[in-house]
Design a protein around this ligand. Structure first.
Ligand code: IPE
Ligand code: IPE
Ligand code: MG
Length: 243
């Protein structure tokens, strides 16, 4: 671990890292187990990653926990996942609170059961004044849905005369997204060897650096997170400019 830490440039820490935590199912299947076994093992990887964030002082981390498209999976897998969310959220979100981390959610959380919603809202409220970093949980999230929702909301305001067309600019649009109070994403990490974005943070990642690793999410550890950060720090971000 020391080797990795020595390579970190503390003057170039990404402000917002977002992770597509993929490969739980394959991890389990490789071991002849049901896919849920892999989802269970994902928790340790999340803990390691959040510890890594804290050590580096990364202020914002977004985790893609469940996409809108994931609702299309077989009922059995959805039921198992919902059971896992519910049974783990209390203990685990409490641990996050103890680390002074603020929790927020993005996505259509109203699609979850009342019990899960209640639990999530409880921790969002409880952690709202925490100051050691922000954990954003993307739950029933879809980048396109978020953009469409913002567009409808803005259209309504224009139609009823609250705003006019000329008021609509980038910052106005951003203010209608779930992520209105968050900085753009600097780095997206995706595990499991898939090279796609899968409808994640489409607006927010316009200039994000992308990092892909073959490691399956249940095997992802703090050193792997540091490796991604070191790789990010070698990139030259130009934002369309030269140099
Ligand atoms: C990611 O792992 C977790 C969720 C999408 C909920 P997967 O369940 O997609 O695992 P693979 O990609 O099928 O291996
Ligand atoms: C993306 O992974 C969603 C999450 C990690 C929560 P998926 O496994 O659902 O994405 P695809 O189907 O490979 O694109
Ligand atoms: Mg997957």
């Amino acid at each position: 671990m020391k080797n990795f830490l020595e390579k970190i440039d503390y003057k170039n820490i990404p402000h917002h890292v977002a992770i597509i935590m993929d490969g739980n199912g394959r991890w389990a299947e490789k071991r002849g187990k049901i896919r849920t076994f892999g989802h269970k093992k994902a928790i340790k990887s999340i803990k390691e990653t959040l510890n890594g964030c804290k050590e580096l002082g990364i202020p914002y981390i977004t985790l893609y926990v469940f996409s809108s498209e994931n609702w299309n999976r077989p009922k059995k897998e959805i039921d198992n996942l919902m059971y896992l969310f519910y049974t783990n959220s209390k203990n685990y979100l409490e641990e996050i609170h103890e680390k002074n981390i603020k929790i927020i959610t993005i996505g259509e959380i109203e699609r979850f059961s009342k019990m899960i919603q209640k639990e999530l809202l409880f921790f969002v409220k409880k952690t709202k004044n925490n100051t050691s970093g922000t954990l954003i949980l993307a739950l029933s999230y879809s980048g396109r849905e978020e953009i469409l929702r913002a567009t409808k909301n803005i259209a309504e305001k224009v139609c009823n005369g609250t705003f006019s067309l000329k008021d609509i600019n980038f910052s106005f649009f951003k203010n209608h997204l779930y992520t209105k109070d968050l900085p753009d994403v600097d780095l997206i990490i995706r595990t499991s060897g898939e090279y796609r974005i899968s409808n994640f943070l489409l607006w927010q990642s316009a200039y994000a650096e992308l990092y892909f690793t073959n490691i399956l999410w249940p095997d992802f550890r703090k050193k792997d997170f540091f490796e991604a950060i070191i790789n990010y720090q070698k990139r030259k971000r130009r934002f369309g400019n030269i140099e």
